[in-house]
Each structure stands twice: as structure tokens, then as C-alpha cells.
Design a protein around this ligand. Structure first.
Ligand code: FES
Ligand SMILES: [Fe+2]
Length: 356
């Protein structure tokens, strides 16, 4: 599978934060960087490069007591949020080396929607602290304090670009996600969607969702107009919001590069619709899992095809969002921080038409 260019200086979900309990350490891979994560005794979660700055053994092989991570090789002990070395057991009183000047690689790390989000700086940026002015940690939008939520995940054996354009691809739905409860190939019809540029992304403007999909039909029981907005925002985020009066459903889907040629899709959803109906979470998870699994199986098959480096194409209008994605990404990779908001491939609002 061909590799891709990665976007640094942004937040990515590393793993589910519920895995960070007690004195357990967990490992994850983000943008090819091996990480070790844990939760300090005071509840703050942390992410360190899983490599001791002394001789490179993974810190995850060592010990964590809720306060410090101790390397298993020579016992150097690190405060895990800052990465600062607090102790080098081999030093004698006559040594002049100050352990406090040594740091293991530490990344800003925050919990949102049950994900442990890690800020991955570009190499050479130097130490980034959680207290630095960083972009906001991504989160599924919520429109009230009472809601239910669920999470789905799947590993995809392809690079992040294929994962993302698969996510925004409208034309695969009737084929990959064909099912009696969703929509069928016979129901394909022409659609017209309105898009507008937003900073580092684009928005499928508020619209009444396509009437042929069962999940939206369900919402019809509330008898109020249903509005849907879908935003894509670099580096990898798709926000979907469905509102029907005071009822709402929202989701944040991310496709995260674990390495240059593998990625992982994560969906977090939150809703207050059918709040009191039993089993809604289980049912939503069942169908959501099935849906994500269909994409996953397709991408496993696609990865087989891509091994042989075929030439590919993007067609209008169905693949136009994918073209915007590549252009936005290119602009981001070429831009310095100050320029970011100004470079945009869309001149203004655009209407696209396709059959799906
Ligand atoms: S390699 Fe970690 S303390 Fe030596
Ligand atoms: Fe899909």
C-alpha cells in the first residue's frame, strides 16, 4: 500500500481513555510514532514517546506507580505529563549530571468523548506543553446535557487519504451499504447538494436529508423538520449534525494515520433522540458496527488492488469533495501557520450533483 504525507501539529485520537486505569500502561501508534499512555494518580492522562531517552528501550516495558514511569533497563524515572526525568539511580553525589534537564518525549494529551487525544507536533518543533496555545481538542457537538453516546472503531489497511476519501464518497453507499433497512441499488436517484468553504474544510450545507434512508425516516416520528449539516475539517474530521426540533444526533468521525500506510476509523456519536426507548444504544451500535464493517471489508479488498500501484482517477461531481480534500491538504502542508485560513480551493458556495 503506498504511503502518504502526514499532517503534524494537530490532535489525533490515540485510544479509548477507559483503557487508562490504575497503574496500567497502554501503547498506541500515531503517525508512525510509538506511544505509551497512562493515567496519573490525579486523573490526568499522559502520552510519552514509547522510547527511553537513555538507550531507547520502550518505556512501556517498565513500571508505573501512578506518579512516575520507571524504565526497566537502568531505572531512570520520569514524571509522565512533562516527561521530566526525576531520578537516575546510578548517579553518585560526585556526579554533576542534572536528571531534571533530561526529558522523555511527552505529548499534550486530553480526554474528549472517551478518546485520549494526542497533539502530534512536527519534528523539530521542540517540546510542546499542554499549557501552550494549541488548537481546541476536537469533540462531537452536543446540544444539551442529557444524551447518550456510543463509539465504533475499525482498522483500515490503507493510507489515511484513501480512508478519508472513502469517508466522504457519496457514490459507494448504494453498493457497499446495500441493505433492506438502509437503501437499495434500485433507489439510486439524482441528488443535488450545496457546499460552502469553511476554515480548513467544507460544509455540506444544512439540508433535509435524503428521504430514502431508514435512519432519517425514523426521525419523521417527531413530525418536525429535519436538518442535517456535514462538515469536513482537516486533518481528518467529519462532523455530522442532525437536528429535529429539540431532538438531535451528532457524530464525529476521524480517520487517523497510525503509520504512513495504515489508518483507523473512529466514530463517536451522541444523541438525545429516543432517549427513553430501551436498547437504542445497543441497536445503534449493532447497525453502526455493521455499516463501518462494510467500509472496512471494502477497504481491505481495495488494499489488495492498490498493492500493484494502479493509476487511479477522481471524477466530477461525485469525487469533487475528495479533490477539495487533496487541495486543502496540499495548502495546509505548504502554508505557514499565519496563512492557514486564507488558502482555500473553493472560490465560494458550490452545488454538486450526483446519483446515489
Ligand atoms: S534505557 Fe532507560 S534507563 Fe537506560
Ligand atoms: Fe461507507
Amino acid at each position: 500500500m503506498p504511503s502518504t504525507t502526514l499532517i503534524y501539529d494537530d490532535w489525533y485520537p490515540a485510544l479509548r481513555s477507559e483503557r487508562l486505569r490504575g497503574t496500567k500502561l497502554a501503547t498506541a501508534m500515531l503517525l508512525g510514532i510509538p506511544l505509551v499512555l497512562g493515567r496519573r494518580g490525579d486523573g490526568q492522562i499522559f502520552a510519552l514517546r514509547d522510547s527511553c531517552p537513555h538507550r531507547g528501550i520502550p518505556l512501556s516495558c517498565g513500571w508505573f506507580d501512578g506518579r512516575q514511569v520507571t524504565c526497566k533497563y537502568h531505572g531512570w524515572a520520569f514524571e509522565p505529563v512533562s516527561g521530566q526525568c526525576r531520578e537516575i539511580p546510578s548517579l553518585t553525589p560526585s556526579d554533576t549530571l542534572d536528571p531534571l534537564k533530561i526529558f522523555a518525549g511527552a505529548f499534550p494529551c486530553e480526554e474528549r468523548d472517551g478518546h485520549a487525544w494526542v497533539f502530534v507536533p512536527r519534528s523539530g518543533r521542540g517540546r510542546v506543553r499542554g499549557s501552550d496555545a494549541l488548537p481546541a481538542v476536537p469533540e462531537a457537538p452536543k446540544f444539551g446535557v442529557r444524551y447518550r453516546s456510543a463509539h465504533l472503531t475499525a482498522d483500515l489497511p490503507c493510507n489515511v487519504d484513501h480512508g478519508i476519501i472513502g469517508l466522504m464518497d457519496p457514490a459507494h453507499g448504494p453498493f457497499v451499504h446495500q441493505a433492506w433497512w438502509w437503501r437499495s441499488k434500485q433507489s439510486i436517484h439524482e441528488k443535488e447538494k450545496h457546499f460552502e468553504p469553511i476554515p480548513e474544510g467544507f460544509r455540506m450545507s444544512a439540508h433535509a436529508p435524503s428521504g430514502n434512508s431508514a435512519p432519517y425516516k425514523l426521525l419523521g416520528v417527531y413530525g418536525e423538520p429535519i436538518m442535517t449539516t456535514i462538515d469536513f475539517i482537516l486533518p481528518n474530521r467529519r462532523y455530522e449534525t442532525i437536528r429535529c426540533g429539540a431532538k438531535w444526533f451528532s457524530s464525529l468521525t476521524t480517520v487517523t494515520p497510525t503509520t504512513a500506510n495504515h489508518c483507523r476509523i473512529d466514530v463517536v456519536a451522541a444523541w438525545n433522540i429516543f432517549f427513553h426507548v430501551p436498547l437504542v444504544t445497543s441497536i445503534a451500535k449493532f447497525f453502526g458496527n455493521r455499516f463501518v464493517r462494510q467500509d472496512q471489508v471494502t477497504m481491505i479488498q481495495q488494499a489488495e488492488g492498490l498493492k500493484h500501484n494502479p493509476s487511479l482517477m477522481l471524477i466530477d461531481d461525485a469525487d469533487r469533495p475528495a479533490k477539495w480534500y487533496f487541495a486543502l491538504k496540499q495548502a495546509r502542508l505548504e502554508a505557514t501557520d499565519g496563512q492557514r485560513a486564507t488558502l482555500h480551493p473553493m472560490p465560494g458556495p458550490v452545488t454538486l450533483r450526483w446519483r446515489s
